[in-house]
Ligand binder design. Structure first.
Ligand code: CLF
Ligand code: SF4
Length: 495
């Protein structure tokens, strides 16, 4: 296994030992604190499109970052989970208002981010209203960015009502990723989600509104698929309204060629001032969401690593660097410097190949040795990206959850929490919440953990292990599983 590792904070490539030392001086001391999407699964042209897109490839989300620019404020429909004060809740968490940007300012911001964050691979426009309805601003932004940074992928998220009018523009601009939010295929269900739409200069309500929206969404999906544009369908899961119905949505969008289906829990709180928030509509539990995802097996491939980003999200999925790039911090004139991005891409090309080989070897040897009926384990990982175990337990604001059994290692979801360690000291009350977040988890893998949190986790039945610091996630998870099954460690894992 290659022991070189990359620091995603500064693109410093160095030895594993050097980074381990750096981590030891980073923060707390140990005593005081506390979709299968490999290239062989798809044709080469599709792999080329998704391999660097953090939302379309689970593997890519370990390496690549996206950013959103809020250039499209107008919207042509009303969703009951949306308050126009905030950004489009189809693609971002309600309650977060982003800076509205002109296309010129947005293009400048993208260059500033690309110069600083070498992982950046995708620019998404997801509102704050509807990007296809506010098409003039969306198109101008994409054109400006494409002219200056042609290797940034352009990504669009829309409710689909206005999209059929712009599909040919998408082709002209080489846009090959579109997200359509489709919450129903039965307009009767739609009447409980959409009070009105604005269509052909008139406001439409009731069944007529949902019928038109449904037809335009299906037309959008068909047109995009026919033209080879990859479609991710986002569905907002609303218990009691469309939760059971989303199974039918999943089947239908698969039939019509959707590449991925992302089922997201509705976020609904009275303070958001949405119709659902005010009428007490609840969101689904994690168990309800998982049950629906499991029931969709065999249908459209599911995205399970969505973070329901902030509207001004910048960075790897799950990290939030938007506040480092507000417009007051972006210079008036900024010139693109591709050096860091090119170096990073070259490193990723090598690294992800090695990681894949290591994971396949661990999987093959584990499968051969483990009894087919051995039970599954859920393992939480603290990672800053790169597919490695490279974060202190106390610094983690989310854990990636992997399931392992005789079939291999799978990413299943992430769980968010507040970081336990602040300013070098662990906070007991936060640890309690982290332990609650980790309910049902057998083992946690992290780069470092203090004695106190390790003991508290053990008391809660969770084993914390730091022996695999900086190793690949899949090989470490396999090693833990092999140990639980009483098998000897693989050579590569102990090297
Ligand atoms: Fe943005 Fe959406 Fe493009 Fe990704 S986000 S427009 S497809 S670049 Fe990704 Fe964020 Fe989930 Fe969206 S994690 S909310 S799915
Ligand atoms: Fe709000 Fe987006 Fe729905 Fe428009 S499409 S109402 S911005 S959630």
């Amino acid at each position: 296994m290659n022991a070189n590792v990359i620091s995603l904070d500064g693109l410093a490539i160095g030895s594993k030992d050097a980074l381990t030392k750096a981590m030891e001086s980073d923060g707390c001391s140990s005593s005081s604190c506390g979709s299968s999407d490999a290239p062989e699964d798809m044709d080469p042209a599709t792999w080329e499109k998704v391999k660097d897109h953090p939302c379309y490839s689970e593997e890519a989300h370990h390496y690549f970052a996206r950013m959103h620019v809020a250039v499209a404020p107008a919207c042509n429909i009303q969703c009951n989970y949306c308050n126009r004060k905030y950004d489009c809740a189809n693609e971002s968490r309600p309650g977060v208002v982003s800076e509205r940007l002109t296309p010129e300012a947005a293009a400048r911001k993208v260059i500033a981010v690309a110069n600083e964050i070498p992982q950046l691979s995708v620019l998404g426009i997801a509102g704050p209203g509807d990007s296809a309805y506010d098409w003039r601003k969306t198109r101008e932004t994409f054109q400006r960015v494409h002219a200056q940074l042609p290797d940034i992928k352009l990504c669009l998220s829309t409710n689909g009502l206005a999209l059929p009018d712009h599909v040919d523009d998408l082709l002209d601009m080489n846009i090959d990723h579109v997200t359509l939010t489709i919450n129903m295929i039965d307009p009767e269900v739609g009447t409980k989600i959409y009070p009105w739409i604005f269509w052909q200069h008139k406001r439409r309500t009731g069944l007529e509104a949902s019928q038109i929206l449904h037809e335009r969404q299906m037309q959008s999906l068909d047109m995009l698929h026919e033209r080879g544009i990859l479609v991710k369908v986002n569905s907002v899961m609303i218990p009691g309204i469309n939760d059971a119905h989303l199974l039918e949505v999943n089947r239908e969008v698969k039939k019509r060629g959707a590449f991925l289906h992302n089922i997201m829990p509705v976020i609904s709180a009275p303070e958001h001032g949405t119709a659902f928030g005010l009428n007490g509509q609840r969101g689904p539990t994690a168990q309800e969401l998982k049950k629906l995802q499991d029931a969709c097996a065999g249908g459209a491939n599911l995205m399970k690593h969505c973070r329901q980003c902030r509207a001004d999200a910048v960075g790897l999925l799950g990290e939030d660097r938007g506040q480092e790039f507000t417009m007051d911090l972006v210079p008036d004139a900024v010139t693109y410097d591709p050096t860091k991005r090119e170096a990073y891409r070259a490193w990723v090309a090598e690294e992800r190949g090695e990681r894949r080989v290591a994971a396949e070897e661990a999987k093959a040897e584990t499968q051969a040795a483990v009894a087919a009926d051995a039970g599954a384990m859920l393992i939480a990982v603290a990672t800053k990206g790169g597919g490695r175990i490279n974060q202190h337990f106390g610094h983690a604001t989310e854990f990636q959850i992997f399931e392992v059994d005789a079939d291999g290692v799978r990413f299943v979801t992430h769980r968010r929490c507040d970081n336990y360690c602040v300013g070098g000291y662990g906070e007991e009350d936060k640890l309690e919440l982290v332990i609650k977040t980790l309910e049902g988890i057998d083992t946690i893998l992290c780069a470092k953990i203090g004695d106190c949190p390790r003991e508290d986790l053990a008391a809660a039945g969770i084993v914390a292990i730091q022996d695999f610091a900086y190793e690949y996630i899949e090989t470490a998870v396999s090693a833990v599983y092999r140990a639980r099954c009483g098998l000897p460690a693989l050579e590569a894992e102990t090297a």
